[in-house]
Ligand binder design. Structure first.
Ligand SMILES: NC(=O)c1ccc[n+]([C@@H]2O[C@H](COP(=O)([O-])OP(=O)(O)OC[C@H]3O[C@@H](n4cnc5c(N)ncnc54)[C@H](O)[C@@H]3O)[C@@H](O)[C@H]2O)c1
Length: 296
C-alpha cells in the first residue's frame, strides 16, 4: 500500500508526548520517516522505537543542537521534506508577577527554537513544508501574555517565511490546535483558567490524535499550493484564521493631527470600529479605565 508521505523525511520537535507524538505517529503511519525530537530523551526514544523513527534529544533553543537535529535527519534519511515546529513551553503569569527567566525561557523555546529550526531546515529542504504551532492564546487570554506573544510571533513568522521559502518550493503554514495534553491539563489546573469559558471548554474530549490529520495533510502533496495560511482546529471544527491586513481599515485623513483632533476621532468616527479582543471574555473596543487600583 502506498502512503501519502512515502519516501519523505520529517522532523517533529517536541514529539515525545502530547500533540507532537500524535503528529509523529500519524506521519509515520502515512509512510514518512520521522525524527522524533524532544528534550525529554526517554520520551523521544520511546516514540521513535514505536514508529521506527530516529530519536533526537536536542534542545531547539540552542543553535548548535538545532544544526545537529537537522543533520540527524539528513544523515539518517538523506533528505528533509518536512518540519513541524511543535516544541513549546506554556507559561502563565499576570504581568506584575512575571519572572524574567521564565519569559526568556518561553521566548527561547517557542520563538527562537522555531526560527533556528526553520533556518537550519531551509538550508537543506528542496520542496516540502513547514508547520508552525501557534495558539488561539495569541488573540487574548488572561495571564498568558508571554505565551501569547510567543505564539503571535509564530503566526507572524509564518506569513513572512511563506514568502521567502516560496522560492525554494517550501510551503509554510501555522496551526492553532486544541487538545488535551500535559500542557492543557496544567492550564486547566491553574486558578486563572480554571472553569474557564470557551477556549478550554470541552478540551477533555479532544485527544491529540484528532489534530494529527491536519499536520499530515499540510506536509503532503495534497496541500500543494497551500502556504502562508493559519488554521484553527480542535479535531472537529476547522477554521481559517483571517487577517485584516488587506481589509479596508477605518481611517481618517487630516493634515493637522494633534492630541485634541485625535481624541475627537476616537470619540467620533473611530468609536464604533475599535476592535474587540480576548477569546474567553470579549472586551468592547473601549473600556472604562480604573485608575490607582493595586493589582489583585
Ligand atoms: N494542547 C493544546 O491544546 C495546544 C493549544 C495551542 C497550542 N499548542 C501548542 O502545541 C505544541 C505542543 O503542545 P502540547 O500540548 O503537546 O504540549 P506538551 O507539553 O504536552 O508537549 C510539548 C513537548 O515539547 C517538548 N519541549 C519543550 N522544550 C523543548 C525544547 N527546548 N526542545 C525540544 N523539545 C522541547 C517537551 O518536552 C514536550 O514533550 C506547543 O507548541 C503548544 O504551545 C497546544
Amino acid at each position: 500500500m502506498t502512503g501519502l508521505l512515502d519516501g519523505r523525511a520529517v522532523v517533529v520537535t517536541g514529539a515525545g508526548r502530547g500533540l507532537g507524538r500524535a503528529y509523529a505517529r500519524d506521519l509515520a503511519a502515512h509512510g514518512a520517516r520521522v525524527v522524533v525530537n524532544d528534550v525529554d530523551a526517554d520520551e523521544a526514544a520511546t516514540v521513535a522505537a514505536e514508529i521506527g523513527g530516529v530519536a533526537s534529544a536536542h534542545d531547539v533553543s540552542d543553535p548548535e543542537q538545532v544544526d545537529a537535529l537537522i543533520a540527524t535527519c539528513v544523515d539518517a534519511f538523506g533528505r528533509l521534506d518536512g518540519l513541524v515546529n511543535n516544541a513549546g513551553l506554556y507559561h502563565e503569569a499576570v504581568p506584575w508577577e512575571e519572572n524574567p527567566e521564565a519569559i526568556r525561557r518561553a521566548v527561547s523555546v517557542n520563538v527562537i527554537g522555531a526560527l533556528l529550526c526553520q533556518a537550519a531546515a531551509s538550508k537543506v529542504m528542496r520542496g516540502g513544508a513547514i508547520v508552525n504551532a501557534s495558539s488561539g492564546g495569541m488573540f487574548g487570554f488572561p495571564a498568558v501574555s508571554t505565551y501569547a506573544a510567543t505564539k503571535g510571533a509564530l503566526a507572524a513568522l509564518t506569513y513572512s517565511s511563506a514568502l521567502d521559502l516560496e522560492a525554494v518550493g517550501v510551503r509554510v503554514n501555522a496551526i492553532s490546535p486544541m487538545a488535551l495534553t500535559r500542557m492543557t491539563e496544567n492550564a486547566l489546573g491553574r486558578t486563572s483558567t480554571a472553569g474557564s469559558g470557551p477556549p478550554l471548554a470541552g478540551i477533555e474530549d479532544k485527544p491529540p490524535e484528532q489534530i494529527a490529520p491536519l499536520v499530515t495533510f499540510l506536509l503532503s502533496d495534497l496541500a500543494e499550493g497551500i502556504t502562508g495560511q493559519f488554521f484553527r482546529f480542535d479535531g472537529h471544527r476547522l477554521s481559517i484564521v483571517t487577517t485584516n491586513a488587506f481589509a479596508d481599515h477605518p481611517s481618517i485623513v487630516a493634515d493637522d493631527w494633534n492630541a485634541t483632533a485625535l481624541a475627537a476621532a476616537f470619540d467620533g468616527p473611530f468609536a464604533e470600529h475599535l476592535q474587540a479582543y480576548g477569546v474567553e471574555r470579549r472586551r468592547p473596543g473601549r473600556l472604562r479605565c480604573r485608575r490607582g487600583v493595586s493589582p489583585p
